[in-house]
Design a binder for this molecule. Structure first.
Ligand SMILES: [Zn+2]
Length: 256
């Protein structure tokens, strides 16, 4: 899944820059040391690019992926680390443009042609407050709200190159259980997490990939009694710039 200008175009005027701001803040967690990004990229020499991502119409995107065996083997760990690294790379403007990447916040293994139940998520929430960095194996939605939500302007997908209008109904909140892999400690932990809003949409989108469902199959024209996800920029005292000025800080190219 990706957050792009297209994804957020239907938000109120001026909101597009929030995405960029959020991404800057994501990177702020790691690009206080710019060398770290280079280190990560250099470390994963065979980085995932758009050439590795299969697109709509490919049969692997339409079948149910298989459970992943535990403990994880070394090849699977490397794949998972590369998937997470793709998301980090895609959110760095320099790397993204150099390698022709599309910006992503979630990636499932079937999207790189591996029909296994595993995925990576790397993003801030819609309040730009909490950073979510997950590599999840055999995820299961074990509970969800009745209330629905959706992303205004439809969802985006790294495996779908065309523009798709409409609304994708998603549960506003979900509880998800799975095995979480951490590359830094090389550990796997089974746990349950609760996600709401944007993160809830992202996890449902990625788990759909594991079940062979593209978001395009869930599109409806409209969704009554559901609130769209709103991206809220926290106000800071020293930021007196207008949305227009903020928008102009960021080049438009490479965001869609
Ligand atoms: Zn997708």
């Amino acid at each position: 899944m990706y957050p792009t200008m297209k994804t957020f175009l239907d938000l109120e005027n001026g909101s597009v820059f929030l995405v960029f701001f959020g991404l800057l803040r994501i990177l702020g967690g790691s690009d206080g040391n710019p060398g770290e990004i280079c280190y990560n990229v250099c470390e994963v020499s065979n980085m995932i690019t758009m050439d590795d991502i299969i697109r709509e119409g490919h049969p692997t995107l339409e079948k149910r992926a298989k459970e992943v065996g535990l403990p994880l083997d070394e090849d699977t760990k490397k794949t998972l680390t590369r998937m997470r690294q793709f998301l980090i790379n895609s959110q760095d403007e320099t790397i993204r443009e150099e390698h022709g990447l599309r910006e992503g916040v979630g990636l499932s293994a079937p999207q790189i042609g591996i029909s296994k139940r595993m995925l990576a998520i790397y993003t801030l929430d819609e309040d730009f407050e909490e950073h979510h960095d997950y590599i999840i194996i055999n995820p299961k939605i074990i509970g969800h709200s009745v209330a629905k939500t959706y992303i205004a302007g439809s969802e985006g997908c790294l495996s779908v190159d065309r523009e798709v209008d409409g609304v994708v109904p998603r549960h506003k909140r979900v509880s998800m259980r799975g095995h979480f892999y951490r590359p830094d400690t090389d550990t796997v932990e089974e746990k349950t997490i609760r996600l709401r809003g944007f993160l809830s949409v992202v996890i449902q989108h990625e788990i759909d990939h594991l079940d062979g469902i593209l978001f395009t199959k869930r599109i409806v024209a409209d969704l009554e009694r559901a609130e769209p996800i709103e991206f809220k920029l926290p106000e800071t005292e020293d930021d007196e710039s207008t949305p227009e000025e903020n928008h102009n800080r960021f080049p438009k190219e490479g965001k869609t």
